[in-house]
Design a binder for this molecule. Structure first.
Ligand SMILES: [Zn+2]
Length: 123
């Protein structure tokens, strides 16, 4: 499993098997961003230091820019949407995608700092 695939599936960066998030559904409002303290498969610490995921703002921001660019092209150029309506649609779509964007931002962030270890498993 490649690093990209591991990020896309929200897996642990070390073993690429354990889930980063407690619940698979990003829209379970109360615990959408709940992460176990450690990887259930290899024991990797997911809360590396206090406030570790504040840095994930740097990785979720480019995702937002990417989605905005994609939506702009699609809605304005392809569907020739009116500008006022476009901004309403853009705001709404980005708001609805927020839990997913934050999850991927965090997944990318932890993958920057933790390397893959092919025999990382609790024995
Ligand atoms: Zn793991």
């Amino acid at each position: 499993m490649s690093k990209l695939y591991s990020v896309l599936r929200l897996k642990c960066p070390r073993c690429r098997k354990g889930n980063l998030f407690s619940k698979p559904n990003p829209y379970s409002f109360k615990d959408s961003l709940d992460m176990p303290d450690n990887c259930p498969v290899c024991g990797q610490d997911f809360k590396i230091e206090p406030g570790f995921y504040i840095g994930a703002l740097w990785t979720s921001f480019p995702i937002v820019i990417f989605i905005m660019t994609l939506l702009s092209v699609l809605l304005l150029v392809y569907f020739k949407m009116e500008l006022n309506l476009f901004f309403v649609a853009l705001t709404l779509i980005l708001f609805l995608l927020q839990p997913i964007i934050i999850r991927y931002g965090r997944a990318i962030w932890i993958h920057v700092f933790v390397d893959y270890d092919s025999d990382a498993e609790i024995k």
